[in-house]
Design a protein around this ligand. Structure first.
Ligand code: SAH
Length: 194
């Protein structure tokens, strides 16, 4: 494993990330929304997150810029990074499959929205955000660069901490006791821990 391989693994993994999302995005676009929360705030948040999670490391993976921020590469660290990234991709796919057309990129409630508590959602309430964290961690381990490596972690930290409490509030407003009971028996990101 060389830096070039690590950069290509990140790139292919990221292309897979979009390939996994694409069919679900198309399908849920056809389902009307019943309501949307904080539309402008969400759009800004998603733009900044996208820049940090995808654009900054993409520039590095393709061009090697910013070179001044490089640090020594350790193949074993990158191998662990590739494994973490792959696990994140698997979880990303499973959570899309379980959410189906209830998925939205922002804080939306669909017409005939159903509360999903099955599949990977029986273990944690936010498996898709767990997948984001895993991919960002994988990115940090794959890309030996002080800017491109941790950019994704900053991106997902921003998205997660600005959003998660509002998302749960929206789910409580929509599903009431069902969501409260679901919250009582699950954690947010890591089964049994957090
Ligand atoms: N936070 C979840 C989902 C992310 S997508 C996760 O990390 O897996 C965000 C949208 O999914 C929200 O706007 C909401 O409409 C929907 N959503 C979140 N949790 C849900 C659940 N348990 N069942 C159905 N829809 C859910």
């Amino acid at each position: 494993m060389t830096v070039f391989h690590a950069r290509m693994i990140w790139l292919i993994g990221t292309l897979l990330w979009f390939a996994i999302r694409y069919p679900y995005q198309r399908r849920s676009r056809a389902v009307p929304k019943a309501s949307s929360k904080d539309r402008r705030k969400e759009r800004t948040l998603l733009a900044i997150t996208g820049l940090l999670v995808h654009v900054v490391p993409m520039i590095y993976a393709l061009s090697g810029w910013p070179q001044f921020a490089d640090y020594p590469f350790h193949p074993a660290v990158a191998v662990i990074g590739a494994a973490v990234f792959a696990f994140g991709l698997w979880l990303f796919w499973r959570s899309h499959r379980d959410l189906g057309t209830n998925w939205s990129i922002a804080l939306d409630i669909r017409a005939k929205h159903q509360l999903v508590t099955q599949g990977v959602y029986q273990y944690v309430r936010h498996p898709m955000y767990s997948a984001f964290w895993l991919n960002a961690l994988g990115q940090l381990l794959l890309l030996p660069n002080w800017i491109a490596g941790p950019a994704g972690l900053f991106g997902i930290a921003l998205l997660y901490f600005v959003r998660v409490a509002r998302e749960e509030r929206m789910m409580l407003e929509t599903f009431g006791e069902d969501y409260r009971a679901y919250m009582a028996r699950t954690r947010r990101l890591i089964p049994g821990i957090y």
